[in-house]
Ligand binder design. Sequence first.
Ligand code: HDE
Length: 664
Amino acid sequence: MVNKKQKQLNEVEKRNNDKAMTTNNGVKVSEDENTLTVGERGPSLLEDFHFREKIMHFDHERIPERIVHARGFGAHGEFKVYEDLSKYTSADFLTNPDKTTPVFVRFSTVQGSKGSPDTVRDVRGFATKFYTDEGIFDLVGNDIPVFFIQDAIKFPDLIHAVKPEPHNEIPQGGSAHDTFYDFFAQNPESTHTTVWAMSDRGIPKNFRQIEGFGIHTFRLVNSEGGSYFVKFHWKPLQGLESLVWDEAQMLHGKDVDFHRKDLYESIEKGDYPEWELGLQIIRPEQEFDFDFDILDPTKIWPEDQVPVKIVGKMTLNQNVTNVFDETEQAAFHPGHIVPGIDFSNDPLLQGRLFSYTDTQISRLGGPNFNQIPINRPVNEVHNNQRDAMHQMNINKGQVAYHKNALNNNDPHTAPKKEGGYEHYQEKVEGHKIQKRSESFKDYYSQAKLYLNSLTQPEFDHTVDGFSFEIGMCNSVMVKQNAVNQLNKVDRTLAERVAENVGVEVPKTNEEVKTDAQDSQLTMEKFDIPLAGHSVAVVVNGNISAETLKSYAKTFTENKLNYAFVGQHPKDISETFGITETFDTAHPTLFDSLIVLSDDSEILPAAEEFAELTYKHNKPIVVNESAAQGLTNAKLNFEAPGIFVSDEPQTIVQAFDRKRYWSRK
Ligand code: HDE
């Protein structure tokens, strides 16, 4: 909803560049419409070097998409720490509150390919590149705090199970199919994360309102060599919101770019999304104090046992200039760390350390991918690595080895006190074995803990999520096995899903016993600011420009996005620069609805707009005439969140809740 007039102005500005077209060799091009031919209707000549170069370059425009997280969208920003954290870490960007560190963030889905819809049910990737003065730190996390597996060796199995099935390449962008639920049932370690993904967390409303989690346990190391276990969190200052599944599915068709558009337009408007960085810190001597293993990536550290310390803020304030050059070529890696941060022995993290460089070599065509602008650190790079595909530097000098006397042994290594990275000296000993630790074997308690933390509507949505996904499987055996798995977490969940998908309710109740409440904030508890929400104003009949202006004023004062929607663009005053018709606007694209009508009959399209907004539990305000005209629509005016008022301000009151779950 960026102002269209502003867009046009930007276009004109861009057009005012007077640059002659050249080939890649710098020769000016005089003709770019017609290939060189013999006569007007004769054969083409291969000596047309501009034609050959243009087609050759085009032929190679695509690079392999990411194996997972192919569909993504990125933006630039900055990070600032609130306080000096040198007690915990020597990392320069975490100890100096005056320092602004540039960042680049890429959000993504996991399952779908590059062109899949944004609003599928899936885990979202949340990868942040910090360009610190001591090198690049990548926090390559997700929007769900746990992962499906405990050991990296199982990653290809998980991904083969969740990706489109190989015999027919179906389904795209979703986990609602046999192989995923077969994996789920046969690999119980995936239970906790799957429960999160089937809850509202699997269908976030946008990227601005997701949390981020580093998931793994890392280490912070201070300048004295003292170390702490740490988990990283991103908390969105925009609050946390989700779609409803029916709405998400409609959006697959109405707007496949729903999430990327939201982020892009918020940043263009100067409405910059912000996240606070949180740390959960465990002292080394507390390592075995918990009833879960702190190295197990399928477990959270419950916030009431290990509180999240808020330490800094990230703001995304600049869109990329070119999506391919920056977002597509960004190469993240959990192994990109800086002095003051180190790894733990989490077996999933250890495996990732191999995978990410390896995948860039085939995706970005060789080991020089860190020379691509988006991947370059802001500090200087000096080493003896040379040559290889796509070398962009001209390395000077005779000497390319360490140690040397010919070049005064430059570049030389630097000890820790001069900023050199030294690995944490953890003492380890043991036998070489291939065995999962017994302490990783409780698969169900925390899944139950998460369910306990949900409000009733959120629990109902999770039942619906599982019912849809398991219901989409073809194999009755897979459905039954999946429900049997749920029975080990929560009896009510298993009973309701079994009923919905038509399989047996398991005979014995095997649900895990835990009364504890997880203090992880659920959607409903999040404080969600009003700014950035959107209103569709359906204009039925003749409404004066004055009235529309008074509504627009209220929206602007409250930082609400809005669009006037009518049958014809000309019905609505052009002074607003934003007009939509029933062909271009859809209730799923807005957070709320106002219906303004004069005495004319309510258009069927306006009625449908109101019904769908109502069904998706969103706030609705209608003026008196509209209320009288809408009597045949499937709306209950006694239900919560539907207001009859001629006052523009009522929409602010209606947004008191972002969704009225009790409506049905
Ligand atoms: Fe990834 N993952 N992953 N992953 N991952 C990739 O790297 C991998 C895991 C995550 O926006 C790939 O550059 C293994 C956990 C994000 O570019 C690949 C394992 C978490 C992104 C890869 C995991 C993630 C990736 C594909 C099991 C959350 C997108 C392209 C040990 C903490 C980053 C690429 C971006 C991407 C491997 C598990 C997050 C194949 C082997 C756990 C956000 O290297």
